[in-house]
Design a protein around this ligand. Structure first.
Ligand SMILES: [Zn+2]
Ligand SMILES: [Zn+2]
Ligand SMILES: [Zn+2]
Length: 140
């Protein structure tokens, strides 16, 4: 069973209505390999002929956030973006010129260093994020 179908079944059994918008927004997030903004989500919806207003988009984003299907990310540009909850812990490369974003996994060494810093400063790790800002291949 595709992942989107399993999630929709779960929503249904929890008593949530499955609207065309909800179904398509879920599919877009699951299919996207990079974080997207609400505006980008809207353009994706338009290409599949699903026209919804801004309020609906933000309501659906909130809904998927609460259900822990997606998470919110904020980078140096202050824009909010959303991506599906990752199966693997990862980081982001952010292009300061064209706003493109890539998800990257670091090797064990830097990850170990991250946990060491938190441990040595007596921080209990809940979550951490580390982003790299620069110019992407197209912009440099
Ligand atoms: Zn760029
Ligand atoms: Zn990511
Ligand atoms: Zn990390």
């Amino acid at each position: 069973m595709p992942k989107s179908k399993a999630i929709l079944n779960r929503f249904r059994s929890d008593g949530h209505r499955i609207t065309k918008a909800r179904e398509n927004i879920l599919k877009i997030f699951l299919a996207s390999t990079v974080p997207i903004s609400a505006a980008e989500l809207n353009s994706c919806l338009v290409t599949v002929n699903v026209i919804v207003n801004k309020t609906t988009i933000y309501r659906e984003i909130d809904f998927l956030k609460k259900k822990e299907i997606i998470r919110e990310l904020q980078f140096g540009d202050g824009k909010k973006r959303f991506e599906k909850w990752p199966d693997n812990h990862h980081h982001h490369l952010v292009c300061i010129s064209c706003d493109s974003i890539e998800c990257i996994e670091l090797d064990g060494c830097l990850e170990a260093e991250e946990s060491k810093i938190l441990r040595e400063n007596n921080y209990k790790t809940i979550n951490h994020s580390l982003e790299f800002e620069g110019l992407c291949g197209k912009c440099r």
